[in-house]
Design a protein around this ligand. Structure first.
Ligand code: GDD
Ligand code: MN
Length: 365
């Protein structure tokens, strides 16, 4: 029985990797010869048809499975879903572009099989025998900075915390999932720092390969997501990261409001009321699109209809928020005789919490 039981699931998050899929499957077939394994491509509905490419192979090779997520984006959350979708006792996570060295997979598996006390086997570019391959100076510097920050802030004492290549015990990782923040690229860091009990890991060297097919999705927003994830780990329990972003964007929106008001009232000579109405609409629209692109990047509304509905909903929520703002501020100032500035701030705070709570539920919920 044990000889034929499923041993390993390899989770491969993909976005626009259709031409890499057959290459990956062939490489794993070779590297994992003699093992019972399956691969789960977790694809975020890639426009290039990555999910179809994987299904085409899966039709004749039942080891190849596909989770196609529609209307969602994110490497970490995709990886988590893959890890929860298998019966295998061990799960590995590997990039779908051949940059991680799949020949490490059997060595990771052996490391976990050999020692029950080891929880995670991690592929590292910064231990003896590993390397970053053909990276330019800029990329090396950025990676080093991120590595240093995460070592300091998260006290994760491993050589390559940015590595997205590892293998872990499946039942263990599923107990950690409820604690994960699931934002951004750094799923391994997330797992190691969120685990209620400290995880024991081993590091195995590999050399990061150069991408041959397709292109990287690691952009500036992803760098920002890394900072967000750090914030979330440090202070997220006190003030949720989305609320911080929502409020920061709200503050920008206030700036936009003033600029628009100045333009219409002072420059174009409209009445103050007309100017205020126009400025409010512009600021709400600005806030809606910025929140859609950043705060709710993982649940981003797309397409004309969804955007229109979302925008209308957002404007309604914010209008009620504005009424609450005015009500609270006027009550504190006029009835409670509070100073004008604290009264105004209290009104803004109430409106911010209201807008955030309702829009997260009814606009991006
Ligand atoms: N499902 C899903 N959703 N997959 C995604 C998404 C997404 O939003 N974004 C990227 N991926 C997939 C890619 O298709 C690829 O298989 C893998 O995640 C890695 O993405 P790349 O775009 O190739 O990232 P990279 O090569 O720049 O960065 C890699 O190396 C870094 C090491 O310095 C990643 O592994 C990083 O996590 C790692 O830190
Ligand atoms: Mn890559």
């Amino acid at each position: 029985m044990t000889a034929t039981a499923l041993e390993l699931a390899v989770v491969v998050p993909t976005f626009n990797e259709s031409r890499n899929v057959p290459v990956m499957v062939a490489a794993m077939d070779k590297a994992l010869a003699g093992r019972r394994w399956e691969v789960i491509f977790v694809d975020d509905d890639s426009p290039d048809g990555t999910a179809d490419a994987a299904r085409a192979i899966g039709r004749t090779d039942p080891r190849v499975r596909v989770v196609q997520r529609i209307g969602r984006r994110g490497l970490s959350s995709a990886t988590i879903e893959g890890m929860c979708a298998t019966a295998a006792p061990f799960v590995a996570v590997i990039d779908g572009d051949m940059q991680h060295d799949e020949t490490l997979l059997p060595k990771m598996l052996d490391a976990l099989l050999a020692d029950d006390s080891v929880d995670v086997a991690i592929g590292s570019r910064f231990v003896e025998g590993g390397g970053t391959g053909e990276w330019d100076r800029d990329r090396v510097a950025k990676s080093e900075l991120a590595t240093r920050i995460s070592r300091k802030v998260l006290k994760a004492d491993l050589s390559d915390p940015m590595s997205g290549f590892f293998m872990i015990r499946a039942d263990l990782v599923r107990t950690i999932v409820p604690h994960l923040s699931a934002i951004g690229f750094k799923i391994l860091l997330d797992i190691l720092t969120a685990s209620p009990k400290p995880l024991k890991f081993v590091e195995l060297p590999y050399v990061f390969r150069t991408r041959q097919i397709g292109e990287s999705k690691l952009d500036h927003v992803v760098a920002m997501e890394f900072l967000i994830a750090l914030y979330d780990r440090m202070f997220g329990r006190v003030v949720p990261v989305r609320f911080v972003m929502f409020s920061a964007i709200g503050a920008l929106g206030a700036g936009v409001h003033f600029a628009a008001l100045w333009l219409f009232f002072r420059l174009f000579g409209y009445s103050f009321l007309t100017g205020t109405i126009v400025a409010t609409l512009i600021a709400m629209t600005f806030n809606f699109f910025l929140n859609n692109a950043l705060t709710y990047r993982d649940a981003r509304l797309k397409g004309f209809r969804a955007l229109l509905d979302g925008w209308v909903g957002f404007c309604i929520v914010c209008s009620v928020g504005a009424v609450a703002n005015i009500g609270v501020a006027a009550f504190l100032h006029d009835v409670q005789q509070a100073q004008w500035a604290p009264s105004a701030l209290a009104g803004i705070a109430v409106a911010a919490v209201w807008n955030f709570a309702l829009s997260s539920r009814f606009v991006w919920g």
